[in-house]
Design a protein around this ligand. Structure first.
Ligand code: ATP
Length: 611
């Protein structure tokens, strides 16, 4: 999987080799891809283009009228001409502004729609990413891409794109008007322009590297916030007394961000100062040369002509200045697109096979045939796992912590794919089954129960949106949580709190059992929580589980003897291998890993519960 681009260390004012390598390469393919997002809106874009051209040209017209106001109105001492020209100038300005308003509306409309398309596409793409992606990537990073990068794209379309167009049009029109007016004066004005270019270049480079760094810093700050301001994160911070350490970590990231932001905003300021100085040299040179020409050589040049040239020069510097500055914006925008496309290009690791099958029925049987698996290439977690679970039967998987029990079950609904061997579900290779079908038929009650912040009812309906009240109640009864629901003043409409944290561990587990029962999967997998529950909670879960697995194909990752005894067969997993299998009575006598687990864990737990 390609990793997001990374910049160099923070706070440097120059580009490192790595950063240089990370500058977005503006290739034809990249541009084509960017424009593919604009394509559906080409009619609106054409309208914008026309509006920009009109408002830029109309915007220049008052400058030309200024010359006539001076020559015909003021110097010619004609009040009627003066009033007429002033009204015309005001009218043109008004019209140009009105067009700009319409153009702004269209712009925002397109930008919002493109961002809308991108966000949806990105969300849908991320939904298809594997568990591996979400375990390996920082949540802050993912959210920044979804939010600030895509908002950046919005900005590109509303400002960068239109600015480039309107500046180019204004620039060309101003040049044409100036040269038509007087080529000598026009050339003098134009000669000062190249002086802008040199400082812009270096400012552009510095700003690019700073932008990248501040984006990264932003990711980092988001990451810290996500980690430490979540319920479990805060719990960890509090219990380990890490408030000060986390505060320091946040403070230093925050401080780095402030420094970078200040640096970023200051980069280029000094060069604006240079530009400002140059831009005042131009008009003065025009007054001087124009004055000399008018007084000594060319009687036809009027005061109005010189004034028009000077105002036009102002109109020329504006766009040049903007366009050069735009280079930074352009690079920044391309970087943003590159970052977004990087995510779009992440391969979807687990997806439907082109010829995926959706069987009419499924018996829920599972076969593991010589399965090997690793999360990371160099460390194999499962080795040669083979077992058969017949339809209607149940199997308990036991073994020491970290032996690979959860990993085995993750391979059934294809949260991960096997590296070697094959997993069959209902007689079909899971890789050949339609993913939707597979996941609909496999239900997992995981160790870490996740509930959304909402009511009990909302959490249950997640599994079956059209469940009736009776079905909800029946599922709660079967999961042994109905007593609890009845005790709530709001019943099923009681809130479960952020991630279900208003409920106890046992209540959460039972609620998630009710949820999976509503889903009614053919195969039920129960990953029993290792966390200690009190004996009453355990008994309640047990009471719920036993009848459920009686008539359903099920896999139980078991830590408690009562759960193990409820299964038809026991698989003992150690270091990623099935080392023993059979029934309790035989295994306990065998004197192997199971006996050891029995002596150290199950028996004690049993005695405790009984005691
Ligand atoms: P427990 O009983 O504690 O839940 P388990 O037997 O279910 O343990 P697994 O969760 O399957 O164990 O983990 C098996 C091994 O795989 C462990 O060594 C663990 O560190 C590793 N592992 C689990 N998930 C990942 C992951 N996403 N990336 C890398 N390694 C992982």
């Amino acid at each position: 999987m390609s990793q997001p681009m990374r910049g160099g260390p923070m706070g440097r004012g120059f580009l490192t080799e790595e950063e240089k390598a990370n500058r977005p390469r503006v290739t034809g393919a990249l541009l084509k891809r960017v424009f593919s997002y604009l394509k559906p809106y080409w009619k609106q874009l054409a309208l914008i283009l026309a509006a920009i051209a009109m408002s830029s040209l109309l915007g220049l017209y008052p400058s030309i009228l200024t010359g006539r106001i001076i020559d015909e109105g003021l110097i010619g001492r004609s009040l009627s001409a003066l009033i007429k020209l002033i009204l015309l100038s005001l009218g043109v300005t008004l019209l140009s502004s009105l067009i700009s308003v319409g153009q702004n509306y269209l712009n925002t409309w397109i930008a919002q729609h493109i961002a809308f398309d991108m966000r949806n596409k990105m969300y849908a793409h991320l939904q298809r990413m594997s568990q591996r992606f979400f375990t390996a990537n920082n949540q802050g990073d993912i959210i920044t891409r979804m939010t600030s990068d895509i908002s950046g794209v919005e900005r590109v379309i509303t400002s960068t794109f239109t600015s480039i167009l309107s500046n180019v049009i204004t620039l060309i029109a101003a040049l044409v008007i100036m040269y038509r007016q007087n080529w000598v004066l026009a050339t003098i004005g134009v000669l000062v322009v190249p002086l802008f270019i040199i400082p812009t270049r270096s400012a552009g480079k510095t700003r690019w590297s700073l932008t990248r760094e501040s984006q990264e810093c932003n990711d980092q700050v988001n990451g810290i916030l996500n980690e430490t301001l979540s319920v479990s994160g805060q719990l960890l911070v509090k219990l380990f007394g890490k408030e000060q350490a986390e505060y320091e970590r946040y403070r230093s990231a925050n401080e780095r961000m402030v420094k970078l932001n200040i640096k970023e905003s200051m980069a280029g300021r000094w060069f604006f100062m240079v530009i400002q100085t140059f831009s005042s040299i131009g008009p003065m040179a025009l007054y001087l040369v124009g004055g000399i020409l008018m007084m000594k050589y060319d009687q036809s040049i009027s005061v109005g002509d010189i004034t028009v040239m000077v105002t036009m020069l102002g109109r020329l510097y504006g766009p040049v200045n903007n366009l050069l500055n735009m280079q930074v914006e352009w690079i920044r925008s391309m970087a943003m697109f590159t970052r977004i496309f990087e995510y779009f290009d992440l391969p979807v690791e687990i997806e439907n096979a082109p010829d995926a099958i959706t069987p009419d029925s499924c018996d829920g049987s599972v076969i593991f045939s010589h399965v090997g698996f690793s999360y990371e290439p160099e460390r194999e977690i499962l080795h040669n796992i083979s077992f058969t679970l017949k339809a209607g039967h149940s199997v308990a998987i036991v073994g020491p912590s970290g032996s690979g029990k959860s990993t085995i079950i993750n391979l059934i609904p294809r949260l991960y794919d096997t590296k070697f061997g094959t997993v069959y579900f209902g007689g079909h290779d899971v890789k050949k089954l339609d993913l939707g079908f597979l996941r609909k038929n496999v239900g997992i009650v995981s160790q870490e129960t996740y509930l959304f912040n909402g009511t009990i009812r909302e959490n249950l309906l997640y599994a079956k949106p059209d469940a009736t009240e009776e079905e909800l109640i029946e599922a709660c009864k079967q999961a042994n949580i109905y007593d609890f629901v009845l005790k709530q003043p709001e019943g099923l409409d009681a809130m479960v709190g952020n991630r279900g944290l208003k409920l106890s561990g046992g209540e959460k587990q039972r609620l998630s059992i009710a949820r999976v029962l509503l889903k009614d999967p053919v195969l039920l997998i129960f990953d029993e929580a290792t966390s200690a529950l009190d004996s009453i909670s355990e008994a309640k879960i047990q009471e719920a589980i036993e009848p459920i697995i009686q008539n359903r194909t099920s896999i139980l990752i078991a830590h408690r003897l009562s759960t193990i005894l409820a299964a038809d067969e026991i698989l003992v997993v150690k270091d990623g291998v099935i080392c023993e299998r059979g029934v309790h009575a035989d295994l306990v006598k065998a004197g192997g890993t199971y006996t050891e687990l029995y002596e150290t864990q199950f028996k004690k737990a049993l005695e405790k519960a009984e005691g």
